[in-house]
Design a protein around this ligand. Structure first.
Ligand code: AOF
Ligand code: ZN
Length: 365
């Protein structure tokens, strides 16, 4: 194991340091929207002795300083001649903060390694150009796929005008998410629950339908994650008939309802009411509210509607080693033939206690 601040040079050096930068960016997940999570590390002598990390930073929240600023602050004079690893192209525009490209140039950075270009039209390659014009060596594309996935929410809002949607559910080996008779025991176990809490901590919003709200009165909060923060609850309730005093309606909650629905009681309770005719409209509305990623936690009615309209970008399913027989399916819909099935890409499988976690993508980022 490498001592703190040092990294063993057993894989290509740039990938090792970009991995560190990506790990720093994780700290900002769920906190930066509509901005991206970004990480930065500054390294002296990257070609010798495996290099030494002299500065690190991440973007904590929109309106706050960018990742590069924190890393340069820590590096101080040691930034001169050093390499900066940044998970997103340094910005070139004056937004709420000054351009990071200029800050890197002023600090005397000699080389910049970028994971992914910034799709923001105000930047979009100009950050890299500005660094090169100043004589800095710039490399783009190191661990790009990892970075793009980490920034999926930000990139989705910029390129598609809507948040990145992750559908999550747990089902038995025979494909049932709940028993027909109630008395709802949980399908998956404790380790799966902990993982779900991490996801809630990392995504901007958590969405359920009115059925889940009235059946379970879920809290939709993060429990057991040190430093965790709760995602904004989003409840899809076309008729606005749900109890305005349910637990989900905490500060920041959003009711998505039909344009003509009467939602006076919800409005009076301080709930943000988003009126939309269709699910794509609703998602665009959530994007405008500053939400970049949504964890869709069910139930079957809401999940089925999202799947049927091709609005799920990523799937995370727990498979519990149990057989139930009769029960509810996660998805319903018209009969399809097997070649019409939606097929996941980049599939991963992981064992979490007794349960299996299967993940995969349905959209390109
Ligand atoms: C970076 N480093 O850490 C982040 C960047 O309003 P502002 O000033 O915060 O600018 C937001 C935009 O800056 C955002 O849309 C994205 O293009 C870029 N985010 N850039 O160099 C960072 N968070
Ligand atoms: Zn910046």
């Amino acid at each position: 194991n490498a001592p703190p601040g040092r990294v063993a040079a057993d894989v290509p050096v740039d990938e090792r340091f970009m991995t560190l930068a990506l790990e720093h960016a994780v700290t900002g997940l769920g906190r930066t929207a509509p901005n991206p999570p970004v990480g930065c590390v500054i390294v002296q002598n990257h070609q010798q002795h495996g290099g030494e990390v002299v500065g690190r930073g991440f973007h904590p929240k929109a309106g706050g300083p960018h990742a590069e600023v924190f890393a340069l602050r820590e590096a101080g004079e040691q930034a001169r001649g050093a390499t900066a690893y940044v998970t997103l192209e340094p910005c070139s525009h004056h937004g709420r903060t000054p351009p990071c490209a200029d800050t890197l140039i002023a600090a005397g950075i000699a080389r910049v390694v970028v994971a992914a270009l910034d799709p923001n039209p105000q930047v979009a390659g100009e950050g890299v150009q500005r660094l090169r014009d100043a004589g800095i060596v710039v490399e783009v594309g190191v661990l790009e796929a990892h970075a793009v996935r980490q920034q999926a929410g930000f990139r989705s809002v910029i390129t598609r005008g809507r948040p990145w949607v992750v559908a999550k559910y747990a089902m038995t080996l025979d494909g049932k998410v709940a028993a027909v008779r109630e008395g709802n025991g949980t399908v998956s176990g404790e380790v799966a629950r902990e993982r779900t809490m991490q996801w809630r901590n990392e995504l901007d919003a958590i969405a359920v339908g009115s059925g889940t709200l009235s059946l379970d009165d879920p809290a939709l909060t993060v429990r057991g994650v040190p430093g965790g923060r709760d995602p904004r609850p989003v409840v899809f309730d076309r008729r606005a008939a749900s109890d305005p005093h349910a637990r989900a309606w905490r500060e920041g909650a959003v009711l998505v309802t039909a344009p003509e629905a009467r939602a006076d009681a919800h409005e009076a309770a301080g709930i943000t009411v988003l009126r939309a005719d269709t699910l794509p409209d609703a998602l665009r509305g959530l994007g405008k509210l500053g939400l970049s990623s949504v964890l869709l936690e069910g139930g079957p009615t809401l999940l089925s509607a999202f799947f049927a309209q091709g609005l799920v970008d990523e799937v995370r399913v727990f498979l519990a080693p149990k057989l139930l027989g009769a029960g509810l399916s996660p998805l319903t819909g018209p009969t399809r033939s097997m070649h019409e099935a939606q097929t996941l890409r980049d599939v991963t499988v992981e064992l979490l206690g007794p349960d299996m976690l299967v993940t995969g993508l349905l959209s390109d980022i």
